[in-house]
Design a protein around this ligand. Sequence first.
Ligand code: 5AD
Ligand code: SF4
Length: 445
Amino acid sequence: MSAERGSSFFIHTFGCQMNQADTGIIAALLQAEGYLQAEREAEAGIVLLNTCAVRENAVERVEHFLQHLQGRKKREKGLIVGVAGCIPQYRREEMFSLYPAIDFLAGPDTYRTIPSLVEQVRRGGKLASLEFNSGETYEGIEPARDGATSAFVPVMRGCNNRCAYCVVPFTRGRERSQPFSSVMLEVQKLVTSGYREITLLGQNVNSYCDVENGYDFSALLDAVSREAPLARIRFTTSHPKDISESLVRTIASRPNICNALHLPVQSGSSRMLGRMNRGHTIEEYLEKIALIRSVIPDVALSTDIIAGFCGEREDDHQASLDLLSKVRFDSAYMFYYSTRPGTFAAETFEDDVPEPVKKRRLQEIIDLQNSISNELFQEAIGTVVEVLAETESRRSSEQLMGRTAGNRAVVFDRAHYQPGDLLRVLITGATSATLTGRPVPAVLP
Ligand code: 5AD
Ligand code: SF4
């Protein structure tokens, strides 16, 4: 293996936006030690998988990759394979016996050890660095970013909730927030570099709290939007129980904060929400939605929903369908329940909804949500929307792809526009996942 190859790395990222942001942190840590980021996995001597454990199928995808890397290891002496993120934190050292390709393991709180793990592996042996550190916010590390238009800024990590189905509190540990001053410093740098969209990230982003300086999430969001007035500001994921009136008013009052909220509901049935330990009923959820819509009438709402949680009956499932019809979310991430060993649900409840029933209920949820999203898309035809151009369209270099403030993808004629431009687009058509249109001149003041 050439020296260059041995010192170059490639990271495969699985799972949520938080993991994508963490990949940027890992890349920055490796680059600071002189490692180079390879364009393709085949060019790298160090391959890392940054993993997600939240659902069984996410874990299965990683397993397939590890089989492929086992094949590569047989052919290429000296190839180093590391697994980072939620799966190793959850499965711990048993990973080594299950997947012989792995040389080292690092959890979400130990990314700083990765460069030294690589060095130690080179000298021989297999290593795990899986301690929790509830003080670790990765303050001061500027993540490596791809693209120059949109940037993620993790502002808090971990989760103090105990939703019965969820593995996150076991993999990412207790909540901790990045100090206000350090978030602002990162935002200033992004502004100087010309970023046009900043997404504040956290497992429960709206429970952000800088205790020493007295900033809650709405104060942080307000300050970020003022520091970056030319950028769109987004944030995810919000917990319904932590949606405050002041947060809703901040979103409404600041023009550059996108009128969009991702608010996972998980089920339309209060009985199931109780079993899930979500901390609110469906009536309370709907009250929050009513508050949000009364203050931000054009808000785009999205959600997460799980079909077939332990003990779910047909009437609970019907309540989830009714909720989708009532709220008419712009979009939803829809899953069927998979038991995660060690969670409260796995220890306490029987996973008693048969798989075919889970899948059928999920399909009904998907079909209903797709028809609602389609209707909302059709209603958008003929309107003029503000779009941030992101990339060239996959189909043609004559077209660009961008997003509305409500996060809808729009493909439009390129004209003289470039990625990074904010422009007005007349919507002329809609496919199942994308709006299409053409730029219209900006209205002069
Ligand atoms: N099974 C299915 N979906 C799950 N989620 C979390 N845990 C599970 C599980 N065990 C979903 C929730 C959460 C999203 C990130 O993943 O909807 O909001
Ligand atoms: Fe998991 Fe609930 Fe925490 Fe979200 S709020 S990460 S679903 S425990």
